[in-house]
Design a protein around this ligand. Sequence first.
Ligand code: NAD
Length: 470
Amino acid sequence: MTSAQTPPKTLRPDNQGQEAFSVQKTSSEDLNPYHIAQHQFDNAVRYIPDLKAGLRDYLKLPDRVITVEFPIETHDGTVRNFVGYRVLHNRARGPGKGGIRYHPDVTVDEVRALASWMTWKCAVVDVPFGGAKGGVVCNPKELTTADVRKITRRFITALGDNIGPHTDIPAPDVNTNQGTMARIFDTYDMMHPGRNNRGVVTGKPVDMGGSFGRREATARGCLCAAQRALAQGLVEGLDSVEGATVVIQGFGNAGSIAAELFAEAGARIIGVSDSRGGIVCTEGVDPSAALEHKRKTKSVVGLAGTKQVTNEELLTIPCDILIPAALENQIRSDNVDSIQTRFVVEAANGPTTPSADRILFKRGIPVLPDILANAGGVTVSYFEWVQNIENEQWDLDVVNKKLLKKMKRATNAVLNKQQEINGSLAALNGARKKRGVSDKPLEPVDLRTAAYVLAVKRVADVTLERGIWP
Ligand code: NAD
């Protein structure tokens, strides 16, 4: 069964008619990622006084939410049904762009949140894409490689022409990788023979149109952004990652490569974790040894010379830089007080809740937000797409040089935007008073809000330049 819902662009109560989000709530926090994304948006647009109300509502909501259901016959001969989502949040600046996640906790609200974060991320790093995201509710750990391949092929077939090289372009995310992207390309190419379909998906293997540097791009982007922010004096007394102690939660594509690249840049990785737990070693965890151990045993836990900790404990280890690189809602109101870092660099999407953001800001701990810090992935995805259209392959040093330039520029833009907003609060509040706005006065913004303001303004400007159709 396939149902494509294109909700009218009018505001409606959050989550109406949608599946309830399944994560636990802490005493005071709503952990629904879509509610969090909307809260972040609402907070940011208070700092954009000239944004028309109707346009604001349009930018907040997704353009399209697609739900598909499909069966596969699994390795043990049973027929099982799976649900998948593809959300296109906004396409004003270019085709939708965003990863596909395979995870048992995928919900439509998670995908809607991730799609909107893609819109803002692409705008922050200034690549000509909109935002999209996909997910299939499944647990790859319980499935064979052949089962996962069938899920990919059925999911992509069910999405049909709702994805395409110039409309909506998937990429890897949690539990999907180059192999998944190869299957996505192959399935789409079977359905559209006789044309260059390479640009339908990014993060492909290099020998079939993938870009050099894409696998490392998310982590490399994190490093570039962190280096730039530190060099600009964001964290007092810490002007480089060299010599810094680093803790990383999540040891997949983003986390394990971040460990390697930060270590190469002179940082000491003192703790890492995956879904089975964490390991700590104050003298330093060797990232390649941890990777090899994970390859052999499916977890970093048990690596010789390290002490085992829980994932909760890992986040509380005193360190200079904490890199959440797993899932959403890891730093929350109930554990933020025990975080002992000087700088949070969000490799994951949505790891910090709004309440935790506020507390970290008050404590003077800057958070390099996801829509900037992990934008290296989509940036090199964009480079891959350009190479695919041109039937070209750029050398690794060309890709990395271009990535560095984009990340530096985006980091500068976000830091400058924060200063600009915080330097004009009196004027902004004065103007609000004149207009009769009665809610609480604007306060200094953190980097996330600054990045949102930058991004929302860029998308709004293009929307108005194009003109509201018809
Ligand atoms: P991945 O599947 O390669 O790795 C995820 C890792 O997180 C695994 O090591 C897993 O064991 C670990 N993990 C899962 N639950 C955990 C938990 N509760 N505690 C600790 N570790 C846990 O996924 P990825 O591609 O590295 O993505 C990780 C994050 O980075 C996601 O938020 C994703 O959206 C974001 N991201 C990824 C990319 C990319 O290019 N892959 C780009 C931008 C953002």
